[in-house]
Design a protein around this ligand. Sequence first.
Ligand code: 6CS
Length: 361
Amino acid sequence: MFRKKKFIMAGLILTASLVLSACGGGSTESSTDEGGSKSENSEEIYNWNFVTEEMEGQVQFEYAREFADLLAEKSDGRINMEIYEFGGLGSEVDQVEQMQDGIVEFAIMSPGFTGTMVTEGQLFALQFLFTDDMALNQEILNTSEALNVHLSKKYEEHNIKPLAYFTEGAMQWTSNKPLQSPEDFQNFKMRTQESPLIMESYKAYGADPTAMSWSELYTSLDRNIVDGQENPIFFIEDASFNEVQDYMTISNHNIYVAMLTVNPNFYDSLPDDIKKMIDETVEEMRPIAYDLQDKLNREMLESIRENETHSTEIIELSEAERDAFRQLALPVREYFINEVVGEDGKELLDMLQKEIEEVEE
Ligand code: 6CS
């Protein structure tokens, strides 16, 4: 597997980003249909760009690869997708803009990086909201009307069309000191994504959060610019954060959610048969994505456990210990409603909570 994912450089990010801006988006080649009509069954060739926030071997990139393979197969090779690893086209926030501008057609994005734009999407930052059963959580992400209809509408207002929400696994903390109770978070320098609500959640524990791209995270942990971070286990291991952290707390305080998104103008302009292929592929990807994260998270936990060169002390929180965090996390929901999203967002969150309860029953 490709290693050294910790060495992404800001210079590389900028250069690659400029190259793609100069190239523009993907293309459509009409091989037999001179008029380039959008009718079904044409022989058009489609060349699209697909950007992810992760690297080869990680969930988002492998999702994109499988998605592209399925579409190539369904279209008898007429749909070709160029998949970009993170760092190839810029920062996470740059990638969002490229998708909105149609420079790339497809993107996998984490709601955290659009937190200031689509404030309602920050609900994924609310800790202890989902269940402890990952299969149930994926079912909620697949079927929730709150997410797939109402939240998606909010993204569409910003030229982002979510096609699917999927989990990359339960989130855990890594740190340079043991994290077992909220007291341990006092003045703890916690790295978070851009979302103000993720930051608020850590302030509720007494921590001092700093938002940054993951491209800076390995170095920032190594140099004690930050003391710790949260992520699913596969990502902790694959980005080598365990090499520069002494502890990993199995807190399962949240689930990591990513969205498969498409530029809506591009999608709407496609012929119906091509749209159908995309929609079918989105459905086929649901169990594939679930199994992928499940496998990687299990394997990487073993890998962290067995790593003798960079040993990590693994702390498993008891239910009582988790509850101490849950009690501090619950008021953040009120903050989300009163200070961030208002009545509209409250309805969305209420609906999602009801859906979660129903699936749990
Ligand atoms: O921590 C982050 O920012 C990154 N974590 C994951 C699991 N995927 C991409 C994201 O940017």
